[in-house]
Design a protein around this ligand. Structure first.
Ligand code: ADP
Ligand code: ZN
Ligand code: ZN
Length: 743
């Protein structure tokens, strides 16, 4: 290679495999090395095959023998799809979370691009049924189950499906392309060009009707607009229904009018339809949506719309935070306190913290809104890092709900419902209101116990009891997903008296049907909303009023408006009061306030009843007397005294193996390596994880903390170095920086 030695002639490439290193390649002979810019995707020879890689940097020379370097097989992007800022953000995230760089980079791309799709070729093709295909008697295909499954899927779908959609959930080996080819040859299916994916609207909804902002809203908007064009973080704290969303919408309108783009992040898919409608109605620019409930081609067109600058707003969940933006102008994080912003597996990033870094790199303002701000953000306000914007009252005429504790000690309970709660429900219904009951536990009962000997149905693979799902007559593990039919009797004493212990949403639903036989009741949890569009259907019935009692898990706590709900019942407050997780108090308070916020959002005031056996619990009293603000101040003081986040910095090193001993030994060695090095960190453990066995594997963890962030990160580097030295393949480990979940 004659050009070796010229500047920029070695490409340092990240590949999506679990390694921290970059791989050196030469540019293809035909390409001017100057043309290769960081961020571009390339196809590189790797072992016997080729892989998609991402150029991270170019270098003058390699540490390896130049004779051994291989040229890149193909350049996939002449112009990188990632803007320099985006690449910078991803590299920062890889360093900060100590996660393999190739895996971090690939999270920025939608699947087709990740797999090496060229931009020109990504006009999506889909398979659609022909008339003959639609008429085939599926019974005849008993011997060709894959063909039959594909035909069934196409029949159930109201539009053509891409190959990826068609095969999703199937084992890869099952969908050989041969099967599709056979269907094509038989004339049962054909390829069609997919219409422009529905994720991007063509409508530039005119800036239509929107309420005149009240003074607090206007002040908030002005504060942020003054920061347009530079970095600043705002915490928009406003009770539920105070009009935060109207503030976001006005800011987005203004950003779009400047010719810039906005990124609006929400914690949950279920929140996107309502917001999407409001966005489309009045932003004055195309809106795109990005979340895991969309097809790959929809996600890709949203992503590209943003990258090309055709889209004004991207509304998305966690993973949308890395979408390239041609002209970034504003980032909004709705419900910033929500734990779903933290990815809990693989690349464990916090979309909230990444968004802040992104705003900083892009030099744009970030607005984080919540009725129940995270303690981290409140701490940042105190340190002067975030500006606090307050919306003190509900918009319009609605007033805040009243709280009342229902002391249920010694009271007669009916499937988890006290008579006082039932009476209040009857009264609210008689006055024409709707009732919302909240219980964060799905299924019929969390435990099935033998009344004769006390045996409890346990998961074989986890240290957890199996949850009874009565309607389907099954026992399910909510941790690993294992399920089985209801046993006829006790596995130990063989007696025939198994009884459900405790209450889940399914059980309450049945009790409600008994107590309110003539009232429309709907349950919202992951079981009842599994089918497509079922959540929207239920919400619609609630809005139309045919459902008067709404019962559900935390899916209910978020973002929805139920203007006619006048009574909220929190069935079991106590579950959140006692926990090994130091964040439990914070999340319980947030949940209570969020659920309560669903009540009385219309003209009528709402009441919130909390069933508890601990009516004098300090958390409850503080929350009821002083509201979330008072609670948060007390909790921050307690965290500071205990040296917990946000006053100290944490990481959790998890290990799992076939035996607890192996996992513990692994972490013990790691601990020695860490302690020999740093004095500024302390290690707690190793100890078995709170859920010490999951899916058949034993889990242990080592908890690291430091009062200096840099010291923690240096220690983590030392730890990772020691991992590289001694590989133990029987132990799987992971590293979680700023963990929010200690399980
Ligand atoms: P949040 O996002 O804080 O929960 P929203 O922005 O959704 O609050 O507002 C709650 C309700 O109040 C919505 O129906 C909204 O249309 C209405 N609203 C918001 N701002 C105003 C205003 N300035 N005047 C009248 N109604 C408003
Ligand atoms: Zn028994
Ligand atoms: Zn299990």
């Amino acid at each position: 290679m004659t050009m070796f030695g010229r500047p920029g002639c070695v490409l340092r490439v990240a590949i999506a495999i679990p390694t921290y290193q970059l791989f050196d390649y030469l540019p293809p002979a035909s390409v001017e090395p100057e043309k290769l810019r960081p961020g571009a995707r390339v196809r590189v020879p790797f072992g016997p095959r080729t892989k998609v890689g991402y150029v991270v940097e170019t270098a003058d020379r390699s540490e390896y023998d130049p004779q051994l370097l291989r040229p890149v097989a193909e350049i996939l992007d002449e112009t990188p799809l990632l803007f320099p800022q985006d690449l910078q953000l991803l590299l920062w995230a890889a360093r900060y979370y100590h996660h393999p760089i190739g895996e971090v980079l690939q999270t920025a791309f939608p699947a087709p691009l990740r797999h090496g799709g060229k931009l020109s070729a990504v006009v999506a093709k889909g398979l659609s049924l022909t008339e003959t295909g639609a008429a085939v008697d599926l019974g005849r295909l008993a011997r060709s189950p894959v063909q039959r499954a594909l035909l069934e899927r196409l029949r159930r779908s109201d539009r053509p499906l891409t190959l990826a959609e068609l095969s999703s959930g199937m084992e890869a080996s099952r969908l050989q392309h041969g099967v599709v080819r056979r269907l094509l040859t038989k004339g049962w299916v054909r390829w069609v060009d997919l219409p422009k994916a529905a994720a991007v609207s063509d409508l530039c909804g005119s800036s239509g009707e929107h309420p005149l902002l009240n003074p607090a809203q206007s002040q908030a908007v002005e504060a942020v607009t003054r920061s347009f064009g530079r970095f600043a973080c705002f915490l928009l704290a406003g009770v539920t229904g105070s009009g935060k969303t109207e503030v976001y919408l006005e800011l987005i309108r203004q950003v779009v009018a400047r010719g810039e783009q906005a990124l609006l992040l929400v914690p949950e898919i279920s929140l996107t339809p309502q917001l999407e409608t409001r966005l489309r109605a009045g932003i004055g620019a195309p809106v795109a949506v990005f979340h895991s409930g969309l097809s790959e081609s929809q996600r890709q067109s949203a992503w590209l719309g943003m990258q090309k600058g055709e889209v004004g707003v991207l509304l998305g969940t966690r993973s949308a935070v890395f979408t390239p933006m041609r002209k970034p102008g504003l980032i909004v994080l709705d419900e910033e306190h929500d734990r779903s912003y933290k990815q809990q597996e693989g690349f464990r990033f916090s979309a909230r913290d990444v968004a802040i870094m992104r705003a900083r790199l892009a030099g744009v303002p970030l607005v984080a809104g919540s009725a129940t701000p995270s303690l981290e953000s409140l701490h940042n306000v105190r340190r002067g890092r975030h500006h606090l914007l307050r919306l003190p009252a509900r918009a319009g005429n609605a007033v805040e709900p009243r709280y009342r504790l229902l002391d249920i000690r010694g009271r007669k309970m009916h499937d988890g419902l006290s008579e006082a709660l039932l009476a209040a429900m009857r009264e609210a219904l008689a006055e024409g209101g709707q009732v919302l009951l909240f219980l964060n536990r799905r299924g019929f009962a969390p435990v099935l116990i033998c009344h004769h000997c006390g045996w409890v149905a346990q998961c074989r693979r986890c240290d957890a009891s199996l949850v009874l799902h009565q309607r389907e007559a099954r026992l399910r593990c909510h941790h690993c997903g294992v399920e089985q039919a209801l046993p006829p009797g006790c596995a130990v004493c063989a007696q025939n008296d198994l009884r459900p212990l405790g209450v889940g949403t399914e059980r309450i639903e049945r009790a409600l049907q008994r107590f309110f036989p003539d009232t429309g009741i709907a349950r919202i949890d992951r079981d009842s909303t599994r089918a497509r569009h079922s959540l929207e259907r239920i919400l619609d019935e609630v809005r139309r009023g045919s459902v008067r009692i709404l019962l559900g898990t935390q899916m209910l706590a978020k973002g929805h408006h139920f203007p006619d709900v006048t009574l909220v019942g929190i069935v079991d407050v106590d579950a959140g009061l006692y926990s090994t997780d130091f964040r439990a108090a914070e999340s319980t308070a947030q949940l209570i306030v969020q659920v309560a916020g669903r009540a009385g959002r219309g003209e009528r005031p709402g009441t919130v009843l909390l069933q508890t056996r601990h009516p004098t619990h300090p958390l409850l009293l503080c929350l009821l007397r002083e509201g979330y603000r008072g609670f948060a101040a007390a909790e921050l003081a307690a965290r500071e005294a205990a040296g917990l986040p946000p006053f100290t910095f944490h990481a959790l090193w998890r290990a799992e193996s076939r035996t607890m001993e192996a996992a513990m030994n692994f972490l013990e060695k790691l601990k020695q390596a860490l302690e020999s090095e740093g004095k500024e960190i302390s290690c707690l453990g190793p100890a078995p994880a709170p859920r010490s066995r999951l899916a058949g594997r034993y889990r242990a963890q080592l908890w690291l903390r430091s009062s200096r962030r840099m010291a923690l990160h240096q220690a983590l580097e030392v730890g990772l170095e020691s991992m590289r030295a001694g590989r133990d393949r029987s132990v799987r480990w992971s590293l979680d920086v700023d963990p929010v979940d200690l399980y």
